[in-house]
Design a binder for this molecule. Structure first.
Ligand code: 1GP
Length: 262
């Protein structure tokens, strides 16, 4: 079987994760814009990229629960053409890998009990992911109930963590950290009615040392700011920006206004 042969993999890059750790150390918060290749209009990518560069967005996440179209590579290359913001893949399926990106969130759906999304799909895609040369960031992905079914909750066939069960979220994140995962991503799901509450963010953040990503249903800069104050290190916004691109600058300013430790 050709994929079982030992391959000389490229040395794995660590730049994105190291930048997250360095920022966490001084309490600096980061902002990522989520670009769904199915929703973005290729003709408008240049404008979107210009807005993100001007707003000093830290990372661009590319991916979605379902990527129906076949232009992930094209979207990543179009973004890369005009900006040096690191592009991190946020794959909903193992096929969402583009070697043109910089990093990949290697997601294990630790809030669910679907073995395929905990480890099964990883086993199948491992040789292909390793060969990509991308910086692979092992991520404990926790879906939190956002008040209505989202694409991720439906597709994953896994029950989200109830939004008021802080202790379940805490223990899940602690287990992930002890298992060696490098990042926790708490997600209420794309377009969630209710984003994750600050009590849960604070409860989880107090129990772990690794950086924490928070996203899903964040619609205004005040909410993003409060999430950061509660302990989120990286805020991800997709839907709200698709509806109103001027929010990019407001969100970015709010997130970067959180005081850092000098
Ligand atoms: C979804 O966390 C992301 O996985 C972003 O969610 O699109 O609701 O901002 P929104």
């Amino acid at each position: 079987m050709h994929f079982c042969k030992k391959r000389t993999a490229k040395p794995m890059k660590q730049n994105i994760y190291e930048s997250l750790l360095a920022k966490k150390k001084k309490g600096a918060k980061s902002f990522a814009v989520l670009i769904d290749p199915d929703k973005v209009d290729a003709a408008k990518i240049d404008d979107l990229v210009e807005l993100t560069v001007n707003a000093k967005v830290d990372y661009l996440l590319v991916g979605g629960s379902l990527v129906i179209s076949n232009h992930l590579d094209e979207v990543v290359q179009l973004i890369k053409k005009n900006c040096s913001i690191p592009i991190i893949l946020f794959p909903g399926t193992p096929s969402q890998v583009s070697k043109h990106a910089d990093g990949l969130l290697y997601l294990s759906l630790i809030s669910g009990r679907n073995p395929e999304l905990l480890i099964g799909q990883h086993v199948i895609s491992a040789p292909f992911v390793k060969q990509s040369g991308l910086e692979i960031i092992s991520t404990g992905y926790m879906v939190i109930d956002g008040g209505a079914p989202t694409t991720v909750s439906y597709i994953s066939n896994a029950t989200p963590i109830p939004s008021d069960k802080n202790e379940i979220a805490m223990c899940t994140a602690m287990a992930a950290e002890m298992l060696g995962m490098k990042l926790i991503y708490m997600d209420a799901g794309s377009g969630a009615k209710r984003s994750i509450n600050e009590e849960m963010i604070a409860a989880v953040s107090n129990q772990i040392e690794i950086p924490m990503v928070v996203g899903g249903g964040i619609k205004d800069p005040e909410k993003a700011y409060r999430n950061c104050k509660a302990g989120a290190d990286l805020i991800v916004v997709g839907n709200a920006i698709e509806k109103d691109a001027s929010l990019i600058k407001e969100m970015s300013d709010a997130i970067h206004s959180v005081p850092v430790i000098i």
